[in-house]
Design a protein around this ligand. Sequence first.
Ligand SMILES: [Zn+2]
Length: 203
Amino acid sequence: MKMEKENKNEANSNKSYNLNNINHTNVGEVHYGDKIHQEIHDNSVNYEVDFPEINNIETLSIYLTSHFKERNIGIVGGISLIASLVSIFTFLNSFMNDIQIINWLPKFSQNTGHIFLIVGVILFVLGSTLLNSLRYKQHAKCKSCGKEYAYKPYKDSNVKDVETKEGTRRTIIDYYKCKYCGNEIERKRHDFIPNEEMSVEDN
Ligand SMILES: [Zn+2]
């Protein structure tokens, strides 16, 4: 959600991204020399990974937005997400024998409750897929020439890992270029990997 950083902020983000996870209050005032110091101090690790795979989400997004109104995709996606939460909380209500987590939601037997879990997960996947394909369309529109589905990743993404007591704070910067006019942008993604999962790499 906070991934998009405009090209015009490039200089700023380059200067501050090393400190995003460490010191939120001073980010704007930190100078280059401090950054180096901070990096050494915090044992951050920088490396490159393959750029994100976008073919699937792009195909889906083009298909959906050419067959349905974007507004309707948004409404169905939003309702699916809300319904998935209700369904999952109904599962939780039913799963705990003595406790009812949310009073106004029904409580069923554990077996019936599991059906609500499955339905909730399906609705969640459906809702987030619909909303993601809408968001992808917005993200892929060129800021410069205005063409749709224009931005493609063009070089490997930059990753910065900062170790903390609880786990690793990861910042990933993806680089996109407009396939029509060549306008370049970068987008940040943030991730947190708790210590127990350190052996499992995402992507
Ligand atoms: Zn363009």
